[in-house]
Write a protein that binds this ligand. Sequence first.
Ligand code: 5GP
Ligand code: ZN
Length: 117
Amino acid sequence: MAANDRCLFCRIISGEIPAKKVFEDDVAIAFNDINPQAPTHVLVIPRTHISTLDDLDEDEANVIGMTIVRATQIARNLQLNSDGYRLVVNHGEAAGQTVFHIHFHLLGGRNFGWPPG
Ligand code: 5GP
Ligand code: ZN
């Protein structure tokens, strides 16, 4: 889907809004969350503008799959893999989604409760 000039994360991808990037390639970018909920809180997002999980179909399987693989590589690079980490997607208002460009929260560096809040 085309970049959306009203979308906060598309504007971070284009560089219009600054962010502390920790990774980027042709499929995905990752940057530190502005309001971290754990010692490590990175947002891993596809460059493609997709609003929510509910907008996915099989055409996006490759880009979403690659974005998840990148998240796991970032987790390994940050040495989160041995202790454990969370990879979270919020869908819709009830789950707390506030930015409507699909993003994976990569959270680590502390213990997490289950069930989540
Ligand atoms: P959601 O609530 O949609 O699952 O997650 C959106 C996330 O984006 C939140 O954790 C929020 O702190 C983060 N966020 C919102 N605005 C900005 C921003 O301008 N820069 C960065 N780096 N993160 C942002
Ligand atoms: Zn977007």
